[in-house]
Design a protein around this ligand. Structure first.
Ligand code: OOB
Length: 543
């Protein structure tokens, strides 16, 4: 099998045969999936965005017309298109149009800024950038103008008021016969949380991704009667495919979009649309639980609350059923592939204290020590995995792939876990150089590089510090050069370099030198301990 996109490692033929024979990879594409659903129940509502109720037939037609329009702009099979859209219906038009063309969306998040977007466009050699007019008070057309200045020749399409660019709504043509991609082709590039200087891109095929959410549907009880609320940014892997909006569309259910995740937006939608399933990161679940305790809105339709992206505390877990009357499902996944779920009928203590078990009988999961040797059962170690929906390598990243994957194709997740006797995963920590800020992943090295660009910074080391609400926040330790800069100034400097706000350090600490490990590397463990110690009195003061 050769994927359409050069630079994407794929599964060895033996595994391709195995995953097909087992019925995981069924040989159909996203375009065909929507066509089938539209034929089965054209009138059913697929997507709800504010007052807009879009049927399966409408979505199918919109995707066809947009695909034809994009083709008229010269966008075709294999072309990369950076997509940065918030939770609006156009997201699905764009996805399915690109899927049908065989063009490859690169899914950026709404919070990404000039540094990230121009990198995605340059690195993927994108033909186009599809964005929105204004989101959360931020004018994306200004960002697009800055991106175009750095990436000449990039076409920009804007959902909403286009300003100086082309309106997405004007990209419309009579549907044409398209050859369409193969099921084994790369459907899109997803972003990795990352632990390196620049984010890595994750190539996912039609076959592998569709399998992941079709199988998730079974585990999560998703059917044509499911009403799913997209409250997290829908371009992220969790709300996209676990089972997420794509799973629900596969089942012929209804996707309801929330533009913001706050209770004042989400609760009325749950009531109005009789939402049955919703996904949250732990801090968001906490906000919902607090607000639900005395809401006037009827949330009784809610059957399952999924919590994932970062570790769900037992405190949150215990409150879900009493407060919401819903079943908690813990979800431990990664855009690279492997997703674990607690099952809806698991005993309470399994749901409360574990992050569940893999989707597939063919998900191979190893827990190993530093030398890649399996640890004793129940012991803690590094999680390695391979399987029918876990990638074999990042897009155009040969050198990094040699480190991030074992020679026999296991992905090194960077997570430190143990397995319970029943095979449930418990996440105990992390070996990768990443901060998990309430589900948002920050590669320490990426932020360090930005700090190092400041003339008064001699060296920088970014680590996590504990936080009651987000679980972790970022602390940048800085060895200054010459006159001591102000923390505020460094934070402003990083922000002004055009970085997503969640990556800007929450705190800066100045030190004369970094503690070192035995082999002379910066000891981030010592830095984490130092900041934790310093925070104790502060946390106490706040009570
Ligand atoms: C999801 O995907 P990513 O790619 O943003 O982040 C993956 C990483 C994991 O390697 C792990 O470090 C962490 O996020 N993580 C969790 C977790 N879920 C993800 N750590 C502890 N407990 C959990 N429940 O975050 C993602 C993708 C698909 C489904 C769910 C989450």
């Amino acid at each position: 099998m050769t994927p359409s996109l050069p630079g994407c490692p794929t599964w060895p033929e033996k595994f391709v045969q195995r995953y097909r024979a087992a019925g995981y990879w069924r040989g159909y594409t996203f375009g065909q999936m929507l066509r089938e659903r539209a034929a089965e129940h054209p009138e059913r509502v697929a997507v709800v965005d504010g007052d807009r109720h879009i049927s399966y037939r409408d979505l199918d037609v919109r995707a066809d017309r947009l695909a034809a329009g994009l083709r008229g702009l010269g966008i075709g099979a294999g072309d990369r298109v950076v997509v940065q859209l918030p939770n609006i219906a156009e997201f699905f038009d764009v996805c399915f149009a690109l899927f049908r063309l065989g063009a490859v969306p690169v899914f950026a998040l709404p919070s990404h800024r000039l540094t990230e977007i121009s990198y995605f466009c340059e690195f993927s050699e994108a033909a186009a950038y599809i964005t929105v007019d204004v989101e959360a008070g931020f004018d994306h057309r200004k960002l697009a103008a800055d991106v175009v200045a750095k990436v000449p020749g990039l076409q920009v399409l804007v959902a909403g008021e286009p300003g100086e660019f082309r309106a997405l709504s004007d990209v419309d043509a009579e549907p044409a016969e398209l050859p369409g991609p193969w099921p084994g082709d790369i459907a899109f590039l997803q972003l990795s949380g990352g632990s390196t200087g620049v984010p890595k891109l994750i190539p996912r095929t039609h076959d592998d991704y569709i399998y992941s959410f079709r199988a998730s549907n079974e585990i999560c009880g998703v059917t044509a009667d499911t009403v799913y609320l997209g409250a997290l940014p829908i371009a992220h892997n969790f709300p996209m495919s676990s089972p997420g909006t794509f799973g629900v569309l596969h089942a012929g259910g209804r996707v309801v979009l929330a533009r913001r995740p706050s209770p004042d937006e989400v609760f009325p939608l749950i009531e109005r649309e009789r939402v049955t399933l919703v996904a949250a990161v732990p801090p968001l679940a906490l906000v919902w639980l607090d607000a639900a305790a005395d809401t006037e809105h009827d949330l009784s339709s809610l059957e399952v609350l999924q919590v994932g992206g970062a570790k769900c505390s037992e405190e949150v877990a215990r409150r879900v059923r009493p407060v919401l009357g819903a079943t908690l499902q813990q979800v431990f996944g990664m855009a690279e592939g492997l997703v674990n779920y607690t099952r809806l009928d698991d005993p309470d203590d399994v749901i409360r204290t574990t992050q569940g078990r893999p989707i597939s009988p063919d998900d191979e999961v190893l827990v190993v020590d530093d030398a890649d040797n399996p640890v004793a059962p129940g012991e803690t170690g590094h999680l390695l995995t391979r399987g029918p929906y876990t990638i074999r390598g990042y897009y155009r990243a040969e050198e990094h792939n040699a480190r991030a994957f074992t020679p026999d194709g296991y992905y090194r997740t960077g997570d430190v876990v143990r397995l319970t006797p029943a095979g449930n995963v418990v996440v105990e920590g992390r070996a990768k150089d990443q901060i998990n800020r309430g589900g948002e992943k920050i590669a320490a090295e990426e932020v360090e590089n930005h700090l190092l660009a400041h003339p008064a910074v001699h060296d920088a080391a970014v680590v996590s510090m504990p936080d009651d609400y987000l679980g972790e926040r970022t602390c940048a330790f800085v060895v200054p050069r010459g006159t001591l800069p102000k923390a505020r100034e460094l934070i402003k400097f990083v922000r002004e370099r055009g970085l997503a706000a969640y990556k800007v350090p929450d705190r800066v600490e100045f030190v004369e030198q970094f503690p070192q490990t035995g082999v002379g590397k910066v000891s981030k463990r010592d830095l984490r301990e130092a900041i934790s110690r310093e925070l104790v009195p502060e946390l106490k003061r706040r009570g």
